[in-house]
Design a protein around this ligand. Structure first.
Ligand SMILES: O=C(O)CCC(=O)C(=O)O
Length: 253
């Protein structure tokens, strides 16, 4: 499916499954700009970021980056990219309201090092009522089952929020406690190419395997809330504060 030509089919598929894959959402030129901006961000901004805005395998040197949340707060290119243009238009189309831009994050699973992302629902992190939000996951690489594609449980966005607890995975601090083998067998692997984009609902269950390959697996995620979704700010701040304390105590940030 392609945006915006297939807008109605895209919305139907998203509503039915909780996720949808859009081929070649970004042109090669637009993708090259994102890659360039990312490289500049890593070279110039990462050394100066606060500890909770850079998660990496090698903490003292800030090398081998695993995840960079809140890039929009530190960089005009990424802030502009999600505030206006096709990403926000798509998010609004899927949410059925204006889309409120919330977060831009880089996800990097290094060859042979990148750990699995545990099964979770993004909404657990967002503290929303109602839980109406969408994540747009832009692939920068060829991604398949060997290098940790995202795996979705189709239709799971219709069954509400599942119980979560603390995981030990840096960058994905929560996982679903009762995810079953039967559910694993129904997962759909979302294999994509550079410039493809996956949109997923904040309630759809998803996860990845580890990156077992010698290839990179890089993506940028853009999060939007619906205008109906109210944030429980005290719950969110409590969670962020507790996480920061735990990660600092474990020497992870
Ligand atoms: O990139 C990943 O490993 C997982 C991303 C994810 O879970 C998300 O964007 O919600």
């Amino acid at each position: 499916m392609h945006w915006p030509a297939d807008r109605n089919t895209i919305r139907d598929s998203y509503d039915a499954d909780g996720f949808v894959i859009l081929k070649q959402f970004l042109s090669p030129d637009a993708l090259a700009q994102v890659n360039q901006a990312l490289q500049t961000y890593i070279e110039q901004k990462v050394p100066l970021l606060p500890p909770m805005d850079v998660f990496c395998e090698d903490r003292p040197t800030r090398q081998q980056i695993r995840m960079l949340p809140r890039m929009n707060e530190h960089d005009d290119f990424f802030d502009g990219l999600f505030r206006s243009g096709p990403l926000r238009d798509l998010a609004a189309h899927l949410l059925g309201t204006d889309a409120v831009p919330k977060d831009v994050a880089y996800f990097n699973k290094l060859p042979r090092i990148g750990e699995a992302t545990p099964p979770h629902q993004d909404g657990w992190y967002f503290h929303l009522d109602p839980c109406e939000a969408v994540t747009l996951w832009l692939s920068l690489d060829h991604v398949d089952e060997e290098n940790a594609c995202v795996r979705y449980l189709p239709g799971s966005h219709r069954s509400g929020m599942r119980p979560h607890e603390r995981s030990r995975v840096l960058g994905f601090s929560q996982h679903i406690t009762d995810y079953s083998e039967q559910e694993r067998s129904r997962e759909v692997p979302a294999c994509v190419a550079p410039g493809d984009l996956i949109a997923h609902d904040a309630l759809v269950v998803h996860r990845t395997d580890a990156n077992r390959s010698t290839r990179t697996r890089r993506a940028v995620g853009f999060v939007y809330f619906s205008t109906r979704a109210a944030v429980d700010e005290s719950a969110r701040d409590r969670y962020q504060q507790q996480l920061a304390q735990e990660l600092a105590a474990e020497g992870k940030v």
